[in-house]
Structures are given as structure tokens and as C-alpha cells.
Design a binder for this molecule. Structure first.
Ligand code: HAM
Length: 425
């Protein structure tokens, strides 16, 4: 038997309502914050991620689904959404759009070849936003406030927001030098990844899952001490304005994020709900001031975040929050013989065209089993059609919530629609 690829999942019909509910909420909140949807391809040139996300990151080194297409070009299924959005911004010259800053969001599958673990998938759906074209602490605050609003709107409360500043390029270089001096003498005690990170990207040592508890990680210099005055002032403004909105946060000086493009503000939202599991990051993001230029674009800057719907659902389950189940159908027609089946098929055909959700039996079940089927489908009304109903062209419309019935003419679609809609759909 052919099985589903490791690290992927089928979202079955019994569960899709959760996704639809969440996605509708995300579209709504994005609109409230005046972000417009952008859709970019599922695959991009591999070089976009090597340059954009960074050649020394785990994503690029270990996790990309890369393939040669038939024209012998190297392509990659997108592992994240920021580099593609920035590519599109540059290609479509969005710096000249009348609406500035450019505020976009996406809901799209991402692909990372990760070790399978609870909350870690090889295909997952990210909701992400990007605000490109301004460098203003208030837009950083807007982005963070939107992500908090998303989680709060679902009723989640076991949340912890961590923020940090990675500073500008100068601060980052000074800090990297300090880290090399700190770790180099004992780098032999670290994992093989960290032994190469010391040369390619020393900040990533702070974020290594294997060496997290090494005493030198705990004693490492703090990035805050290497921020220049401008970077410190920017970070101060972000904090002051988060405070003004009453958004609580903790500063985590070791928060450096796993992608190379970040500068200044970086943040992650974690769940500390019991039963959530080991992977507690719900959402991550930050500012990327050099990314556009790195991808041969204009000197514009951006900020954004991304969350996965899979982990959002895990958080909801951990906190016992249920997504409302969809309503049942408006009408189920039970039939007693072949002639009435044809009449029922015609009737639901007409009613569906009027926006009445309806269904009937297709498995030749006995009346009792059909009523059970109607119940399973949450039917708000039922009609039974047999020989007598066919002869008189009338039937009883039964309201399933209170058991009341009304005589209806089978060809009088308008009246039927009115009666059904009276109960509310
Ligand atoms: P990221 O931290 O790599 O950032 O991913 C963001 C979120 O995607 C994570 O916090 C997590 O919720 C989810 N995620 C990542 N990997 C997996 C996985 N294997 N399975 C399930 N969920 C996962 C980015 O992708 C950046 N592009 C975010 C960003 C946007 N920064 C600026 N703008």
C-alpha cells in the first residue's frame, strides 16, 4: 500500500472545518490591520533561499526540498515565505506602489525536511505577514500586536512573547567578533554544527538545540551590550510602544532566530500550556533591513512574522479550546420508492440553486436508516416522499429542532425556500 510521505498529514473531511474557521479568522484579522493577500509560487529558484535565508542556516543546509527541473534549473519548494515575498516586491517594483508601506499576508504550504516530531512537519501551512517600505518602531509594534491579536482572538492565554534586538549590521559584526572570541578556545566541546557555525554564523551557536545547556552558552556575551546607540534607541522605542499597547513581553538576549536576514527587532511567541509538547514556538518573526538589497532590490526595509496553523491547532487543543462545529444542512429528503427518488433529486436540484443546502439518500436505505443519516448530517428539516406524496404533490416539512410540521406543495419552491429560511440557515 502506498502511504503518505513522512512528516505530512491528510486533513480529513471531519477536521477541515477547523482549518476553514482558522483561515477565515486570519483573513479577517489581516484585513482589520489593512494587509492584502499575496500569492507566490510553491517553488522558487534555489538561489533565492541560499542568498535570502542564508547559506549557513539549517533550513538551507539540511532542510530544503531541492530538485532540478527538466530545463536543468535548480528549484526549491519554498521553506518559508519572506524571501519569496521580497523577490516579488522587487520584481514588481512595489516600492512605487501608491499604497505605502506595502503590507501583505499569505497562507501557504511550506516545506522543510525536518526530523519528524510532534509539531514539526515536512509540509506545514504558514500564515505570514510582511510590511515592507518603512523603518519605524510603530510598524514593528503593529506587527507584534497583530500576532498577539490572532492568538487572543481564539481565546488562548498561555502565551509568552519574547523579544530581542539583533541591532544593525555594525552592531551585529561587533557582536559576532565577541562571540568568536568567547567560544573559539573551547569550540571542540561543541557539536559539529557549532564547530562550523563559529566561522560562518557564530550567533547561531546561541540557538543550538544540542548545546543549549553548555555553560559557555549561558555565559555568552549579550547582544544588547554590543548594540550601537541607534540600535538601542530603536529597541527602546519598540518597547515603549509595546508598553503603550499593554502588550506584555520578556526580553530574551539569546533570541537570534534561525534565519540570517534579521536585524533589529526579533521576536517569538511560545506556548507554555501543559500538554503542548516540547516544541513550544508558535510564531516567529522580526525585522530584515538588509534583505532587499541582498536580493538586488532597493534600499527598503521590512518586518514580518509567520506562524503555522498546525501549531496553532495544537495550542488550541492543549488549552481545551474548541472550534465551533459547522452547522448541518437545511434539508434532507427521505424517499420510499424509485419514483420518489427521482422527485427528490429534482427537488434538491432546485433548492440548492436557491441556496438551500440539501441532501438525500443515495444508498437505497430503509426509512429508519435514512432518518439516522439525516440526523448525522445535522439536517434542520426533513421531508419524506412516497407514493402518497407523489399522488397529492404535497408533503410534510418537518422542523427537526421542535418536531413541528407544515404541509407544503412540492412544486412550490418559493414557499419551501421561505419556510426553510424562516428557521435560519
Ligand atoms: P520560522 O521561525 O522559520 O520563520 O517559522 C515561523 C513559524 O513557522 C514557526 O514559529 C512555527 O510556528 C512554524 N514552523 C516552522 N517550521 C515548522 C515545521 N516544520 N512544522 C510546523 N510548523 C513549523 C519564518 O519562516 C520567517 N519567514 C518568519 C518571518 C516572516 N520573518 C519575517 N517575516
Amino acid at each position: 500500500m502506498i502511504q503518505i510521505p513522512r512528516g505530512t498529514q491528510d486533513i480529513l473531511p471531519k477536521d477541515t472545518y477547523k482549518w476553514q474557521f482558522i483561515e477565515a479568522r486570519l483573513h479577517q484579522i489581516a484585513q482589520d490591520y489593512n494587509y492584502s493577500e499575496i500569492r507566490t509560487p510553491v517553488f522558487e529558484s534555489t538561489e533565492l533561499f541560499v542568498r535570502g535565508v542564508g547559506g549557513s542556516t539549517d533550513i538551507v543546509n539540511k532542510e530544503m526540498y531541492t530538485f532540478q527541473d527538466k530545463g536543468d534549473r535548480s528549484m526549491t519548494l519554498k521553506p518559508e515565505g519572506t524571501a519569496p515575498v521580497v523577490r516579488s516586491y522587487i520584481e514588481n517594483k512595489m516600492q512605487h506602489d501608491v499604497n505605502q508601506p506595502v503590507k501583505v499576508y499569505y497562507i501557504a504550504p511550506m516545506f522543510r525536511y525536518e526530523r519528524k516530531q510532534k509539531g514539526r512537519y515536512r509540509q506545514f501551512v504558514q500564515f505570514g505577514i510582511e510590511a515592507i517600505g518603512v523603518e519605524d518602531p510603530l510598524i514593528d509594534v503593529e506587527v507584534i500586536s497583530m500576532l498577539m491579536q490572532i492568538y487572543k482572538s481564539f481565546g488562548l492565554s498561555n502565551l509568552k512573547l519574547y523579544i530581542n534586538s539583533i541591532g544593525d549590521q555594525d552592531s551585529r559584526s561587533a557582536y559576532n567578533e565577541a562571540l568568536v572570541a568567547h567560544f573559539k578556545p573551547s569550540i571542540g566541546e561543541f557539536c559539529s554544527d557549532c564547530q562550523s557555525r563559529i566561522d560562518t554564523n557564530p550567533m547561531r551557536i546561541l540557538d543550538c538545540k544540542k548545546d543549549r545547556d553548555h555553560p559557555l552558552v549561558k555565559q555568552a556575551p549579550r547582544i544588547y551590550d554590543y548594540l550601537n546607540e541607534e540600535s538601542k534607541a530603536y529597541f527602546e522605542q519598540v518597547k515603549i510602544n509595546l508598553d503603550a499597547l499593554g502588550i506584555g513581553y520578556e526580553i530574551d538576549y539569546n533570541l537570534v532566530r534561525g534565519l540570517d536576514y534579521y536585524t533589529h527587532t526579533a521576536f517569538e511567541l511560545m506556548s507554555d500550556a501543559e500538554g503542548f509538547g516540547a516544541i513550544t514556538t508558535l510564531c516567529g518573526g522580526g525585522r530584515y533591513n538588509g534583505l532587499l538589497e541582498l536580493l538586488d532590490g532597493p534600499t527598503e526595509t521590512g518586518i514580518g512574522f509567520a506562524l503555522s496553523i498546525e501549531r496553532l491547532i495544537m495550542a488550541l487543543e492543549a488549552e481545551g479550546i474548541e472550534i465551533p462545529k459547522p452547522q448541518g444542512i437545511d434539508l434532507y429528503i427521505c424517499t420510499l420508492d424509485d419514483a420518489s427518488r427521482t422527485a427528490a433529486s429534482r427537488l434538491i436540484h432546485q433548492l440548492r440553486a436557491e441556496g438551500i443546502s440539501s441532501d438525500m439518500d443515495y444508498k437505497n436505505r430503509k426509512l429508519k436508516a435514512q432518518m439516522k443519516d439525516a440526523d448525522r448530517k445535522g439536517a434542520k428539516h426533513t421531508i419524506v416522499i412516497g407514493e402518497e406524496e407523489m399522488d397529492t404533490n404535497t408533503a410534510e416539512l418537518k422542523n427537526m429542532s421542535d418536531g413541528s410540521t407544515k404541509q407544503v406543495k412540492l412544486e412550490d419552491i418559493k414557499v419551501l425556500v421561505e419556510l426553510i429560511e424562516e428557521v435560519g440557515s
